[in-house]
Design a protein around this ligand. Structure first.
Ligand code: NAP
Ligand code: MG
Length: 504
């Protein structure tokens, strides 16, 4: 058994113990060994972090800094994230179960990209706009600026702990806000490390704070805190709804990125090798623990068997095992709780009459110590089944055959409470574009899936949430607009506006 890392909250630029001294264990999901311990944050700890963030905001130490100076600090932060690549990627893989191959190749670059994107887009956004002086005789100057909202809360899930946090803290910091973040309890350590790296890069003490603790207590207290002005949340639709209620009382600004059940629409002109690879990637990236995973394949009936056979053949060659081994393609499920959710849905699917074409079981042998589940494909599904309608968040694919044209496929795709992602597989650009246009969802990929980029807006239609992360949209979501109007007349008597109103 390796060394257990002991963490504290990161508040006001310092490692800060929790007031109760209670800790939570952080496990490696491949072995169930404890790898770290973090404070079980109390409401007192949240108060401390929020008050610190408020003081930092009001002091102007960051919020009043010129944009260019904030940009310089953040670019240094991005460089330092890359310098800490090995440690961050290691801990991210170790605690979340994401493969080390992926966290090294993708996650670190994505965090740095999120920071750089916020800086670069802020240089393109009109931060200051003017209205012309009116041509009649009310001489005045009007201008509009973008200002920080104040103190933000960021509450994040366990699937991509660093990336989903960066999508919040990067725009929040760029626009001059202070932020208090609460990571998921099973993957809290890398966000704590990122806050320290930000501080060491020049983000002033108190501007970027991280408190660990249970969502049901520390998280909901943070979301309802009167000193919080804006919440950025990624997680389940169920908790998202609770947060919307908590935010409503004091009209907090809110960005919600919630669940999904995205469709993969195969058109009858699709290239079969492309369709096979796309349908696998759509549901196996991070073992399906991705909010925009494509987990409803909608395929022409005559192509179904070839597609499913091709997927099964490929699955048999995939290496599943400890995420820390760079040879492995797939790692474990992130937690015992998530593994149980997946197994429950597989049982539901069987009861509903869908048939398991491959997989369907927890993995045994050497992998029994961890939370491993076989890549699983259900055929004979229909869009009314509970397993097809609800988010599973695991390596479980469902296949729905259709007999009509793309209009039928689109109708099935859109018959969902969610609208986060989706993809189309076709060799005909105009049919693919038309299908993409008709899909009621925040992102549509054509002949690919999961291609998220820091400079493209990401977010949901329907119950997948509201607001957008990434691109310049996230800068808008972390700022307020102010109109300043100055009367240029020198005295009240010469100012026609007062005269018209009978006030002078
Ligand atoms: P979750 O409960 O929504 O957790 C997400 C974050 O919210 C975590 O930091 C969690 O803290 C916190 N939280 C939980 N209850 C809260 C509350 N009442 N008030 C404020 N914050 C709260 O998600 P989960 O339980 O980890 O996963 C459940 C399901 O959510 C998954 O099966 C999947 O379907 C979906 N999910 C979606 C995404 C996504 O990217 N959209 C990501 C993860 C999960 P704790 O960790 O301490 O509970
Ligand atoms: Mg939960």
């Amino acid at each position: 058994m390796g060394q257990i890392l002991e963490y504290q909250h990161f508040i006001n630029g310092q490692w800060t113990p929790g007031e109760t001294g209670e800790k939570m264990d952080v496990l490696n999901p491949s072995t169930q060994e404890v790898v770290a311990r973090v404070p079980r944050g109390s409401t007192g700890d949240v108060d401390k972090a929020v008050n610190t963030a408020r003081e930092a905001f009001e002091s102007g130490v960051w919020s009043d800094k010129p944009m260019e100076e904030r940009a310089e600090v953040l670019l240094k932060f991005a460089v330092n994230v890359l310098k800490n690549k090995n440690n961050l990627a290691y801990m991210e893989a170790l605690t979340s179960g994401g493969t080390i191959r992926r966290t090294m190749a993708i996650d670190i670059a994505a965090v740095a990209d999120a920071i750089k994107n916020s800086v670069n887009r802020s240089r393109e956004l009109p931060m200051l706009e003017h209205a012309m002086c009116l041509p009649w005789y009310i001489p005045q100057h009007s201008y509009f600026t973008r200002e920080p909202i104040g103190v933000c809360a960021g509450i994040t899930p366990w699937n991509f702990p660093m990336i989903l946090a960066a999508w919040k803290f990067a725009p929040a910091l760029m626009m001059g806000n202070s932020i208090v973040m609460k990571p998921a309890s099973i993957t809290p350590t890398t966000l704590l490390d990122l806050a320290q790296i930000a501080y060491e890069s020049g983000v002033p003490a108190g501007v970027f704070n991280v408190v660990t603790g249970p969502g049901s207590s520390a998280g909901s207290y943070l979301a309802s805190h009167p000193q919080i002005d804006k919440i950025g949340f990624t997680g389940s639709t169920e908790v998202g709804k609770q947060i919307a209620h908590l935010a409503a009382d004091s009209i907090k600004r809110l960005t919600l990125e919630l669940g999904g059940k995205s469709a993969v629409v195969i058109l009858d002109d699709a290239d079969m090798s492309m369709a096979i690879a796309l349908c696998l990637h759509a549901f196996l990236y991070h073992s399906g623990q991705v909010c925009e995973s494509g987990t409803r394949i909608i395929v022409p009936r005559k192509m179904q068997d070839q597609l499913v056979d091709g997927m099964i053949k490929k699955i048999k060659t995939m290496k599943i095992g400890n995420q820390m081994d760079p040879a492995n393609d797939l790692g474990p499920i992130a937690s015992a709780e998530q593994l149980k959710t997946i197994m429950d849905y597989v049982a539901i699917g069987k009861k509903e009459g869908a048939q398991v074409a491959v997989g369907g079981n927890r993995m045994g042998g050497e992998l029994e110590k961890g939370f491993f589940f076989e890549p699983t494909i259900f055929v004979n599904c229909n869009n009314q089944m509970q397993m097809v309608r609800e988010e599973i968040f695991g390596p479980v694919q469902t296949v729905i055959a259709y007999d009509g044209d793309e209009a039928e496929a689109i109708a099935i795709a859109n018959d969902s409470p969610y609208g986060l992602g989706g993809s189309v597989c076709s060799t005909n650009a105009s049919r693919a574009q038309w299908t993409a246009k008709k899909m009621r969802t925040g992102t549509v990929w054509i002949n690919t899936h999961h291609m998220l980029r820091a400079d493209a807006p990401f977010g949901g239609y329907k119950q997948s949430g509201y607001g957008r992360e990434n691109s310049y949209h996230s800068l808008l979501a972390y700022s307020e607009v102010k109109h300043v109007c100055q009367n240029l007349s020198s005295d009240a008597a010469s100012y026609r506006y007062f005269k018209v109103a009978g006030c002078n």
